[in-house]
Design a protein. Structure first.
Length: 151
């Protein structure tokens, strides 16, 4: 599998900067984190939806959120997180400040973005329905160039 190029990674970081977010250090896109883990051979093979998204992310360079729809509460929307927007992103209780970051929101607040997905909507062994979001900047002429974009 050929990893994505530096141009894709730069474009993704520019998308994250849209609302004022600074994608550096521990706040960089998930796809960059996966690329670094792959280089250290830290990723395991799995058929779970989130691991499948990880491998697509490695290949494309685009961060992908996988949300357990049975754990999210409608309505769902995408928008830029207001200043002070935070949520827990792992089982140990670590919190991300999503201020200025394009996020998926459910009825309870922000629950996914290109950096970290919320612990409360992550998939597990009981997950049966998922929503996957590819976070990126698609050219306006992509559909005309033969690419099919699904909304």
């Amino acid at each position: 599998m050929q990893p994505s190029d530096d141009g894709v990674r730069a474009t993704v970081r520019n998308v994250l900067r849209h609302g004022g977010y600074k994608p550096t250090g521990r706040s960089k896109p998930a796809s960059s984190i996966f690329f670094a883990l792959r280089a250290k051979a830290c990723l395991v093979r799995s058929t779970s939806p989130s691991m499948r998204a990880t491998f697509v992310s490695l290949h494309s360079g685009l961060p992908i959120s996988v949300v357990g729809l049975d754990r999210a509460r409608e309505p769902l929307r995408v928008g830029v997180a207001a200043k002070g927007t935070t949520y827990v992103f792992n089982a140990s209780g670590q919190v991300i400040d999503a201020s200025g970051l394009l996020c998926l929101f459910d009825a309870d607040g922000a629950c996914a973005n290109a950096v970290r997905d919320a612990q409360r909507t992550k998939t597990d062994a009981l997950t049966r329905r998922t929503l996957s979001i590819v976070w990126g900047d698609f050219p306006r002429n992509a559909a005309r160039a033969g690419h099919q974009l699904v909304s």
